[in-house]
Design a protein around this ligand. Sequence first.
Ligand code: PEP
Ligand code: MN
Length: 367
Amino acid sequence: MNISLDIAPLHSWANISPKQPLIISGPCSAESEEQLYQTCHQLKQKNIVHLYRAGIWKPRTRPNSFEGYGVTALEWLKNVKNELQIPFAIEVASPAHIEQALKYGVDVLWIGARTTVNPFNVQEIADALKGVDVPVLIKNPVNPDLALWIGAIERLYNAGLRKLAVIHRGFSSHLPSKYRNEPMWQIPIELKTIFPNLPIIGDPSHTGGKRALLQEIAQQALDLNYDGLMIESHINPDVALSDASQQVTPDDFYTLLSNLKFRIVKTDNMDSVFINQLDQIRQQIDQADRELLELLKRRMSLVERACEYKIDNNVTIFQVERWNEIFRSRQDWSKKLNLDPEFVTEIYKLIHIESIRQHTEIMMNVK
Ligand code: PEP
Ligand code: MN
């Protein structure tokens, strides 16, 4: 599936040049007019941010935590916006939020991860936005469900919104992880193959959950040709009322951005030597894949022979110890080859499933 959405290019509404990544920063939450002003003022002095963010209503896991200052914070935002002449984005989760946001002149809205999971909520938001020409950024749902994310995009698109982009903020996982939310890069990549012209913005702050991870996640996002980054910054991150461990000072944010490598992603204007060399490497990759498939075919033929031999000699087909031994030895071999043993185990799980299928088929044909 490959669908070209009829949407406005990012640069047409974000005030950036066509190939420039959109940089969004600002505090997780607006905590006071002073905090919002100082953070944005310092960011503005560095001249690196195109769109400023601030949380007004905070979706918190437990009640009695800081839930944002609501309309009071919108007053601060309006003042800071007028004073510094900067565009703002905020999170909205209901038609009432949208009404207030638009009343206070918020420039861009985003739908948070806890809202994208709920189609009722997203539909209410889409209905409230019918006929409104405001850009909307759609965060991925908390859980790794691509269809839910696509559903939210479709609901807004069907409501007539054309200034759309998505934000990848990682996914909840029950497995222990160094990330606050697992990036699961394959999900946004799949989304990008379905909607090639839908801009995608990385959110290293909510993916990583800690400052130390921001740089590498931001670089990975750029290397995957993301169209922008949203990173939380705070004048005094250690005392932030929400997400303290992942926010950085405007100075540190500037350093982080300066250390990023903005690689060239399009090959249309590149010199012919580069294109030739890339072509040659790609031909070698094609050849390696052909050999890989031929080897797989050879392996399957051997499995078939072994299976027939077992039947002829009246021995049971499945031997658990043999598979345990296969998993063990292949892990050892992969370590020696400097291949990730987990990756190799995943491949062998698939090979195992195919072997079982092959065995069953042969068994069924035995008279
Ligand atoms: C946020 O951006 O501050 C936020 C609450 O993010 P998410 O919806 O990704 O958790
Ligand atoms: Mn946050």
